[in-house]
Design a binder for this molecule. Structure first.
Ligand SMILES: NC(=O)c1ccc[n+]([C@@H]2O[C@H](COP(=O)([O-])OP(=O)(O)OC[C@H]3O[C@@H](n4cnc5c(N)ncnc54)[C@H](OP(=O)(O)O)[C@@H]3O)[C@@H](O)[C@H]2O)c1
Length: 282
């Protein structure tokens, strides 16, 4: 039984939504951030001294690796060892649908992390989401929508079944607290695959102005990422995913959200209606 859970990435898109879901299930939540606060426990992947205090007394961990690191296995391996030593029973780790895309190298960082989780000696669940809907309202597509009325991608006419971060959190909450979800690998998607042009049209309707999809090359996309401070090796992973989506690999739709949570995943239309305020200029 899970009584205390450590949520890494608790200020992020999925972790922030997971915290209240776990609390509603009666779980004591330790919400981690690199900025300690009355609501957040200090945790930094690059500061192993913060790991012990974060893990002490915890039954289950929601694991998100460090931002923009292609291969974080060197910091995740000792963290998992320590978690096991301290009596953590279960780990639910966020990975990516991209792990199974064609051209994913056998020794990619995210594959190495999955292998570490599977070999951790704890009960494990790997969550492999496709593209988050919230990328448009809380993350890397937002500046383009606000400042250029455009979403620029190298995905061409490829489609993605965008998944709401709340649905990822709902699957994680079940996997962290109920039996029957370990070991398991869950490919998590929304209910319908959409091209970026279709997604932009839905956002246009919700935002009340025209937002277009601008098709750009892989090189242009990599340049934009690196201009924003993303390291070249991580930018290469994102570009590889974009190319795989362009070639059709991202269009998969699964029933994991409904199977695990008992309710259907949120449609992109509903997400966009809820998120519309994010696209207001000024
Ligand atoms: N976006 C997508 O479409 C997509 C698709 C598939 C998979 N994924 C995977 O989803 C994961 C991201 O999940 P998310 O979107 O829920 O999170 P997110 O919104 O990207 O936020 C990242 C979180 O991790 C924390 N964090 C970042 N670097 C850290 C570090 N060095 N040490 C400690 N904490 C750190 C941040 O907390 P503080 O800033 O408060 O410290 C923040 O809460 C990534 O592994 C990504 O590969 C994303």
């Amino acid at each position: 039984m899970t009584t205390t859970a450590l949520v890494l990435g608790a200020t992020g898109k999925s972790g922030r939504r997971l915290v209240p879901l776990l609390q509603a299930r009666g779980v004591t939540v330790r919400a981690a951030s690199r900025q300690a606060s009355p609501h957040h426990t200090l945790f930094h992947w690059d500061q192993p001294e913060t790991h012990q205090a974060a893990l002490d007394g915890v039954d289950a961990v929601y694991l998100i690796g460090p931002d923009f690191v292609e291969d974080p296995s060197n910091v995740i391996a000792p963290f998992l060892d320590r978690a096991k030593q301290l009596g953590v029973k279960r780990v639910v780790a966020i990975s990516s649908l991209g792990v199974d895309f064609p051209h994913e190298p056998a020794d990619s960082g995210r594959r190495k992390v999955e292998q570490l989780v599977m070999a951790s000696g704890m009960e494990w669940t790997l969550l492999r989401p496709g593209g988050f809907s919230q990328n448009f309202s809380e993350s890397f597509f937002l500046p383009g929508i606000l400042h250029a009325d455009a979403v620029a991608t190298a995905t061409g006419d490829g489609a993605v079944a965008f998944v709401d971060a709340g649905d990822i959190a709902a699957v994680a909450a079940v996997a962290l607290t109920e039996r029957g979800h370990a070991p398991a690998i869950y490919d998590i998607t929304g209910p319908q695959s959409l091209t970026f042009a279709q997604a932009a049209a839905i956002i246009s309707k919700a935002a009340g102005r025209e937002i277009s999809h601008r098709k750009i090359s892989s090189n242009e996309f990599a340049t934009i990422l690196q201009g924003g401070g993303v390291p070249a090796d991580y930018a290469a992973v994102v570009v590889r995913d974009q190319e795989a989506i362009r070639d059709g690999a991202g269009a998969v739709v699964t029933d994991i959200v409904e199977r695990v949570t008992g309710r259907p995943p949120m449609s992109f239309e509903t997400y966009a209606a809820n998120a519309a305020a994010a696209w207001t200029r000024g």
